[in-house]
Design a protein around this ligand. Structure first.
Ligand code: NAP
Length: 277
């Protein structure tokens, strides 16, 4: 009889049925011939703390947390990485042997790795980055762009005060621009990132003027349903380098998998096709 423990991990959200994370991790577990499991868990906000505290005793080595738990998980954790503190949210939790919870955020890592893989000539330091949106995801994008060397970030959000909060938190390399004037930023953008939900299936279109976009600008969209958003279509017609948002989702999962199950997994075209199907 073997006494070897089978490692378990979960993605915790509310709701959770839509999550693609179980597909991604199950694919890697099978690919590496590992005996772990990764499951979706629908947990109400009022139960989050008791669930997180109990998982370790049931053999869980970690978890991803998603909407609406990303901020609360940070408060519950016993240790928090610098980048999760900076972003103000967690997406990856590691349960130590003694039951202590470490919270990390790998969204910014996933964002940058996606660009490095799909636009290898992209250089964050080449010029200003224009960031549309200032919601939860935008914080990770801003942190990672600054870290990657973007000289300036021009940020525009419908609700201006949220963009101002980011500038206050991340400093003088950020400049806030009125939402109605976002179109005027396109000409100077070396990098353009849509972090709003606009353009997503079932949501309104992104109506910001893209007239001024220059050929060669790196344009990426966090929205990945549809995969080729209207923003990416227009940008490609203008000669921009375009990268869709699915790769970010895949790459942000890799550090968690490595911490919980051992091998560093790869983001391959085969994985992309499996998740899309
Ligand atoms: P969030 O916190 O709810 O933020 C939503 C953002 O969209 C805010 O900036 C919001 O502006 C803006 N917005 C929504 N409706 C708008 C409208 N009608 N007009 C103008 N702006 C509008 O959401 P999030 O967590 O940051 O996620 C944003 C998007 O990124 C979602 O589509 C999500 O699926 C995607 N995402 C993708 C990945 C990936 O791995 N590819 C990872 C994370 C998120 P206000 O502040 O004015 O409301």
């Amino acid at each position: 009889m073997t006494t070897q423990k089978i490692p378990l991990a979960a993605v915790i959200g509310h709701p959770i049925a839509h999550s693609k994370s179980p597909l991604i991790h199950s694919y890697w577990l099978k690919q590496h011939g590992l005996s772990g499991h990764y499951i979706p868990m629908d947990v109400k906000p009022e139960h989050l703390e008791s669930v997180l505290r109990g998982l370790h005793t049931m053999g869980f080595v970690g978890a991803n947390v998603t909407i609406p738990h990303k901020e609360r998980a940070l408060e519950i954790a016993d240790q928090v990485t610098d980048r999760a503190t900076l972003i103000g949210a967690a997406n990856t939790l590691i349960f130590h042997e003694d039951g202590k919870i470490l919270a990390d955020n790998t969204d910014g890592y996933g964002f940058i790795q996606n660009l490095r893989q799909n636009a290898p000539d992209w250089d964050a330091a080449a010029g200003p980055a224009v960031v549309l949106g200032a919601g939860g995801a935008a914080r990770a994008i801003v942190a990672s762009l600054l870290d990657a060397g973007a000289p300036q970030i021009l940020i525009s959000n419908r609700t201006r005060v949220r963009a101002e909060q980011l500038r206050d938190d991340f400093g003088a390399r950020l400049k806030v621009v009125e939402w109605v004037q976002a179109g005027t930023l396109m000409e100077e953008a070396a990098t353009l990132v849509n972090t709003t939900s606009l353009g997503m299936t079932g949501k309104p279109d992104l109506k910001v003027s893209l007239e001024g976009l220059q050929p060669g600008t790196l344009v990426t969209d966090l929205v990945y349903a549809p995969l080729r958003t209207p923003l990416l279509e227009v940008a490609a017609e203008k000669g921009c380098v375009t990268v869709d948002g699915l790769g970010m989702l895949l790459h942000q999962a890799a550090p968690g998998f490595e911490r919980w199950f051992g091998p560093r997994p790869e983001v391959t075209d085969d994985l992309r096709q499996m998740v899309l199907a």
